[in-house]
Design a protein around this ligand. Structure first.
Ligand SMILES: Cc1cc2nc3c(=O)[nH]c(=O)nc-3n(C[C@H](O)[C@H](O)[C@H](O)COP(=O)(O)OP(=O)(O)OC[C@H]3O[C@@H](n4cnc5c(N)ncnc54)[C@H](O)[C@@H]3O)c2cc1C
Length: 619
């Protein structure tokens, strides 16, 4: 690698070409997703009971479950001693390179799916002077950082992975392993020349708008000070790991890491392992590590819903059919976008392949007209019945009634990210696997030996934090300074979160935020927003090129109108998310400031904006 030239000049264009992709750190990193389960008893759901009533007793039980957890969200900043939990175990040390002090047209923060799709579309539209920075050592974002055993997507891969048509790729399973997705990102990067454009192991530490020069100045932890005309933030919404704050955690003498930085140098074979957290990640991890550890203790504050997954291999017949059906993946994703809640999770093949209609929800034309409040009550009733069915599944599989009781969740379906797995519940019956119910407030004490709960000492060789992510993290927003010398965070601290369709915020010219607050989150498939936003960015920049304008800001009145719409949409559907969790900011965030619940409202506003140009302040 000594003759490697991390920065070169393309003689034809004068643009810089980069080669900064890091080597893989260790061969121990295992490409393990999960297997198809064939035991029918693990794939069968108990009957759905349509006569169960969503009555006062059910409502009271749900409320008690929620209220007992108030204040349980206590997380520690990952700096100082805890900064090691953010270290990159996946790559060799950063490729040495000189610092840059130059200019490009478009700077993008993030090389996950959003960064990759931006590049694909920008390049197609003739924008080539584009540069990406990512603190990771390679592309993939979520799929670079998360390499835990058992990792897989939970949106069916045929609708989740972007550009399947263009790439001519067919995922191996309906729910692709995260390792396969990571390799897919690498293939996209190679195919589209992305690696030439990206500075890896480069964290953007600050970006400031210079209103005289009409340029952003972007600074990084590699000493770069680069100028750009446009700044695109594609830094992800589930990117910043969150570490539970537990008394004495720094005293633990064994190995410990966060699931988003899985450390394969720590061999779990035969070890005493504790895992804290039972969210969507833990549900995938636990069945896999249970196969190799000596003893496993699972500390659960709030149970997840564990639905049937029914993983399967992609069939040869499907592959043959898709090969002869140009645009198959796009059409499938469009159909998937019509599925909500549990139907999205179940991803019915007959409907998604276009062979059948989806069973209809009762609509106004088919029954007495329902007011919005009545519709919410109806949805809550359905949600309660689904939750009963999932609770019945726990009883059907779990042998110990006490453990079964602990595993029953009492919140509306979808309030925590719904999960599915066909090995998770059976794993909890294994004699070396123990569920420790730490409801409602979670683990409170850690010492040199392990976890202490209810006066019991649990001793471990390894402690794994599966304590999730900061949803819609603002990490980068505290680093971006606009026209008034305020950061985005400072502005929003005064005004509340204010954007125009999630992408613009007034006072930050030539800044576009992809898939951030008010931009996405409610759709089960995160790729929907990433696709829509990347298309919009390219359409806007193309329009500006045609109009021969170089700066765009957004009218304040338009972001106020949109933010009020976000708040109203959030309030109107809040009852369906009535629990304390990530999606509701643990009850602390203002309505409309995280995910977007306004359906096609944002898309329509963006289309109108591009048509009338009214919301834009061009110069
Ligand atoms: C374990 C897991 C499983 C998931 N499964 C699904 C699924 O099945 N279906 C689904 O729809 N969604 C899923 N998601 C959500 C997933 O994050 C999105 O689907 C999608 O991958 C996000 O892509 P992105 O490019 O927007 O963000 P990311 O993939 O998060 O990429 C953002 C990148 O920005 C970089 N970055 C951030 N700040 C800086 C900075 N200051 N300087 C430089 N670089 C920076 C990060 O290093 C990261 O690489 C999952 C998330 C997780 C964590």
């Amino acid at each position: 690698m000594n003759d490697r030239k991390p920065i070169q000049i393309n003689p034809a264009t004068g643009e810089k070409i980069f080669d900064t992709r890091a080597e893989k750190a260790s061969e121990r990193i295992k490409g393990r997703g999960y297997e198809v389960v064939t035991d029918k008893s693990h794939l069968t759901l108990p009957e759905y009971n349509a006569s169960i009533k969503w009555d006062d007793a059910a409502k009271a039980q749900m409320n008690k479950f929620k209220e007992s957890r108030r204040g349980a969200d206590n997380y520690v900043a990952m700096d100082g001693d805890f900064a090691r939990y953010l270290e990159d175990h996946h790559s060799a040390p950063p490729v040495e390179r000189e610092s840059l002090d130059d200019e490009c047209e478009i700077m993008v923060v993030g090389a996950g799916f959003a960064g990759l799709l931006l590049w694909y579309r920008l390049r197609d539209a003739g924008f080539t002077d584009v540069r990406f920075c990512d603190k990771a050592g390679d592309v993939g974002g979520t799929w670079y950082w998360n390499r835990y055993p058992g990792i897989a997507c939970d949106v069916e891969s045929y609708s989740y992975l972007p550009l399947l048509d263009e790439m001519g790729y067919f995922p191996k399973h309906k729910f692709a392993s995260g390792f396969e997705i990571y390799e897919y990102c690498q293939s996209m990067a190679k195919r589209f020349g992305f690696y030439d454009r990206c500075l890896f192991h480069t964290e953007v530490t600050g970006a400031k708008w210079d209103d005289e020069a009409k340029r952003w100045t972007v600074e990084t932890n590699r000493g770069d000070k680069m100028k750009s005309k446009f700044l695109l933030i594609a830094n992800g919404v589930l990117t910043t790991p969150r570490l539970a704050k537990i008394e004495g955690m720094e005293k633990f003498q064994g190995d410990s890491f966060h699931t988003a930085r899985w450390d394969y140098d720590v061999d779990l074979t035969g070890k005493r392992v504790g895992i804290i957290g039972t969210g969507a990640t833990a549900v995938q991890v636990i069945p896999e590590i249970a196969k190799e550890v000596g003893e496993l203790h699972i500390f659960q504050r709030t149970p997840s819903t564990i639905d049937v997954r029914d993983q399967r291999e992609t069939t040869q017949e499907e592959i043959e059919q898709w090969k002869n059906e140009p645009g198959w993946a796009k059409r499938r994703r469009e159909r998937f976008a019509k599925l909500f809640g549990r139907r999205a999770l179940q991803a019915n093949d007959a409907f998604l392949s276009g062979k059948a209609e989806q069973p209809k929800r009762r609509t106004r034309s088919e029954g007495p007209e329902l007011s919005p409040e009545e519709q919410i009550e109806r949805d809550l009733e359905t949600s309660y019945r689904i939750m009963e069915q999932i609770r019945d599944r726990v009883d059907a599989i779990i042998e110990d009634p006490k453990v079964a009781e602990s595993l029953k969740a009492y919140y509306p379906y979808g309030c925590k990210r719904p999960t599915f797995h066909d090995e998770y519940l059976p794993t909890l019956n294994m004699s070396h696997v123990h569920l420790v119910d730490v409801a409602p407030l979670g683990v409170q004490e850690i010492n040199e030996k392990g976890v202490v709960h209810d006066g019991v000492q649990y001793e471990f060789d390894v402690l794994i934090y599966a304590t999730g992510f900061d949803f819609m993290s603002r990490e980068t927003f505290a680093r971006v300074t606009g026209i008034n010398g305020q950061t985005i965070d400072e502005k929003w601290a005064e005004t509340g979160v204010r954007t125009f369709t999630g992408l613009h915020t007034n006072g930050f010219p030539n800044l576009l935020i992809v898939a951030g607050p008010q931009g996405q989150g409610a759709s089960f498939n995160f790729l929907d927003a990433i696709e829509e936003h990347s298309e919009y960015v390219v359409n806007l920049l193309t329009k500006m090129r045609e109009l021969d304008v170089s700066v765009v800001d957004i009218r304040e009145e338009d972001e106020i109108e949109f933010s009020e719409h976000c708040a109203a949409a959030d309030v109107a559907s809040a009852a369906l998310r009535d629990c304390l969790g990530n999606f509701t900011g643990y009850g602390r965030t203002e309505p409309g400031s995280l995910a977007y619940y306004g359906g096609k409202g944002a898309l329509k506003r963006r289309a109108r904006a591009l048509d009338t140009l009214e919301p834009y302040l061009f110069s």
